[in-house]
Each structure stands twice: as structure tokens, then as C-alpha cells.
Design a protein around this ligand. Structure first.
Ligand code: GTP
Ligand code: SAM
Ligand code: SF4
Ligand code: SF4
Length: 335
């Protein structure tokens, strides 16, 4: 039996029997990196683009979701830490009744200096993107020579007592697939979890996808042959299948959206930086929630709207048919 986190209250469910307890909230589309699979030409401002949600709008939004049983919020982007009110937002969200975890996904920007502030403002889980352990290759993939900063940022997160620290590496044929053993040695040495993400096709990267996509089995075959043990999924966890080192510390996860039944256990929703609800990473253009975030008195209306919209979530993405929905790149929606 699955226990609900909101036993007395309403829930967010869809017609395929999935319950949603995890919100990925993008704080900004802006990014300072130029990852080759995401924003190879860097962030470009579009004229007349809608403004991002204010702190008050975010508070109302998360309050509505929390009433519907969502307890985990991941702040993402673009690069979420570039948002000037980042700490204020983290603090505001962590104080909302029912919210049990504030997580962030970051490229590690200024992490060493800021990790303690993050912890002090209620952030207890940090996922850090790190696509290579070789400085030159890291630079080539992200457009920035900042691997050393990430490494010292990881140490700072540990020192700040961040309870969960994970690394994300997009698995890229011909770019970092030769580093698999180095990544494994790194997580064992540093007692960390690293997840390999299969590169996903978006509307902007079809050629790149064909050139660099590698199935997650490239990693799982290697792990299984060395005796790594597949773990069961934790409550509220993302879609990664994780393996534990049989002889010591370290975990490796695989996020394989092209694998069978990947979407059957989908437990997350997304809201873009401008306040659009996206039912799927590869869905349509999203539904604007801003009109229901203007006054605290709109909460009942917001909740009713969320329940109605979420009920209609599609069963799965259509990536196998080469259909990435309306998603130009993952920075537009927060990954
Ligand atoms: N297709 C798809 N990819 C996802 C989904 N969730 C996460 N990913 C991919 O995995 C990347 C890293 O996810 P994270 O931001 O670290 O979040 P998470 O995997 O939910 O992390 P945990 O909460 O620590 O389990 C995302 O940016 C996406 O590229 C999902 O629901 N669908
Ligand atoms: C969109 S970024 C946003 C947060 C932050 N800027 C970062 O890079 O961690 C979130 C995650 O999406 C991953 N990502 C971006 N584009 C991707 C793609 N096309 N396929 C797979 N993962 C992708 C990144 O590697 C990163 O781990
Ligand atoms: S993956 Fe993250 S860091 Fe890289 S360009 Fe996209 S949003 Fe920026
Ligand atoms: S692709 Fe869409 S339905 Fe599938 S797991 Fe991701 S968000 Fe959920």
C-alpha cells in the first residue's frame, strides 16, 4: 500500500493512477553556461518575453501545491542561483506548511562561497551538473573552465551539512563515455551519488542527439559486471535507477528516459520561470497559472484548476516518435 503524504487533504493525481508530490520550479531561463546539448550558443533574451514569477507569486503557487500534498520542491532553471532573490525564495518556500524538502539543481556557480548560505536558507539537497572530470573536456562541453570550482563547491556542500549531494553527468558518446571508470572511481573515493543522464532530444538539438546519444545500458552493463547492486526507489525520488557499490561507498544512478515504462512512475510536475504549468518535460507549451497567483484569496480557485489540469496529464512522452513536444531546450523548462 502506498501511504499518502497528505492523508487528510486533497491530492494531485491523474487518470493513469499516478500521484504527484514533487514540483520542479524554474526560477529563471537565464544561464551563464553554454552546455553543448542545452544552450550551445548561450542564453539569448527574447524580446517581449513574459516576466518571471515574483516571490509572492511563488509563495502562493507553492502554497497551493502543498495543500494538494506536494512536499518536495526542486528549484531549477536555467541557472537558478543567478536569480537575485534566490535565497529569499528558498527561505519563503521552505517555510510553507507541508513542504518537507527544498532541493536545487545547479551548474555549481559560486557554490563554494554560497553552500553555507543555501543550507541556512532551508536547502537540504543539491544536485550538481558535472559532465567531465577532465578540465579541458569540461570546458569544451560547458563553455566554461570551471571544473575546479565545482570540486571545491562539493566540499563546501559537505562542510555545510547539506544532507543530499548528487552529481549529474549527461552521458555523451565520443565526449565523456571514455571517462566511465574515472567517474566510478570518483564516487567511490568521495562517497557520493552520480547519475548518468541519457541525452534527450529537444527541438534545438536533433543532430547533436543523433551524434552523441548512448543508451543507459552502456553504464548499467558495466556496473552489473562489477557486482554493483540495483537499489529500490526511495519515496519522492526522481526517475534514476540507482546501483550501490558492493564493496564500499558510492552510488551510480541512470536516468534513461528512452527505456521501457520510464514514465509509468512519473511523480513530478513542472512550473516554468514565467509561471506556466508543464505536465511533462516534453509536453505542450504549458498553461499560464499567473492569473491565479495574484491574491491569497485565489487559493481555492488555483487548487481546483491544478486538479483539473493534472488529471489530463498524458501517459508518457513521445520521444520515441522523435516528438519533443514544445521544448526547445531543457533550460526553458528546468530539466
Ligand atoms: N524525461 C525526464 N527526464 C527527467 C525527469 N526528471 C529528471 N529528468 C532528467 O534528469 C535531470 C536531472 O534531474 P535532477 O534535477 O537532478 O532531479 P531528480 O533526478 O529528480 O533528482 P532527485 O530528486 O535527487 O532524484 C533533469 O534535468 C532531466 O534532464 C523526468 O521526469 N523526465
Ligand atoms: C536544464 S539544467 C538546469 C539546472 C542547472 N543549470 C544545471 O545545469 O544543473 C538541469 C539538468 O538538465 C540536464 N540537461 C540539459 N539538457 C539536457 C538534454 N538535452 N538531455 C539530457 N539532460 C539535459 C543538465 O545536464 C542538468 O543536469
Ligand atoms: S544544462 Fe544547465 S548549466 Fe548547462 S546550459 Fe543548460 S541550464 Fe545552463
Ligand atoms: S517524460 Fe514526462 S511523463 Fe515521462 S517521466 Fe518525464 S515528465 Fe513524466
Amino acid at each position: 500500500m502506498v501511504l499518502t503524504s497528505n492523508p487528510a487533504g486533497p491530492e494531485l493525481t491523474d487518470l493513469h493512477g499516478r500521484r504527484f508530490e514533487y514540483l520542479r520550479l524554474s526560477l529563471t531561463d537565464v544561464c551563464n553556461f553554454r552546455c553543448s546539448y542545452c544552450l550551445p550558443d548561450g542564453y539569448r533574451k527574447t524580446k517581449g518575453a513574459p516576466t518571471h514569477l515574483s516571490v509572492d507569486e511563488i509563495r502562493r503557487l507553492v502554497g497551493g501545491f502543498a495543500t494538494l500534498g506536494l512536499w518536495k520542491i526542486r528549484l531549477t532553471g536555467g541557472e537558478p542561483t543567478l536569480r537575485t532573490e534566490f535565497l529569499e525564495i528558498a527561505k519563503a518556500v521552505s517555510g510553507i506548511e507541508g513542504i518537507r524538502q527544498i532541493a536545487i539543481t545547479t551548474n555549481g556557480y559560486r557554490l563554494e562561497a554560497r553552500a553555507q548560505h543555501y543550507a541556512d536558507h532551508g536547502i537540504s539537497a543539491i544536485n550538481i551538473s558535472m559532465d567531465s572530470l577532465k578540465p579541458e573536456k569540461f570546458h569544451a562541453i560547458t563553455g566554461h573552465d570551471r571544473l575546479a570550482e565545482i570540486l571545491s563547491g562539493i566540499d563546501a556542500c559537505k562542510a555545510a551539512g547539506i544532507a543530499s549531494i548528487k552529481l549529474n553527468s549527461v552521458l555523451l558518446k565520443g565526449l565523456n563515455d571514455d571517462e566511465l571508470d574515472d567517474f566510478i572511481a570518483f564516487v567511490v573515493e568521495h562517497d557520493l551519488t552520480l547519475r548518468f543522464i541519457e541525452v534527450m532530444r529537444t527541438n534545438d538539438n536533433p543532430g547533436y542527439f543523433i551524434e552523441h546519444h548512448l543508451p543507459g545500458s552502456f553504464v548499467s552493463d558495466r556496473l552489473k559486471s562489477s557486482g554493483w547492486l540495483r537499489q529500490s526507489r526511495q519515496a519522492g525520488a526522481g526517475p534514476a535507477i540507482e546501483y550501490a557499490n558492493p564493496t564500499g561507498p558510492g552510488r551510480i544512478g541512470i536516468i534513461a528516459p528512452y527505456s521501457k515504462d520510464f514514465c509509468a512512475s512519473c511523480n513530478r510536475l513542472r512550473v516554468s520561470a514565467t509561471g506556466k504549468l508543464h505536465l511533462c518535460l516534453f509536453g505542450d507549451g504549458g498553461v499560464d497559472l499567473k492569473p491565479w497567483l495574484q491574491d491569497d484569496a485565489q487559493k481555492e480557485e488555483l487548487i481546483a484548476r491544478l486538479q483539473k489540469l493534472v488529471a489530463g496529464k498524458a501517459p508518457a512522452h513521445l520521444l520515441h516518435q522523435g516528438n519533443s513536444g514544445a521544448t526547445p531546450h531543457l533550460a526553458s523548462i528546468g530539466g
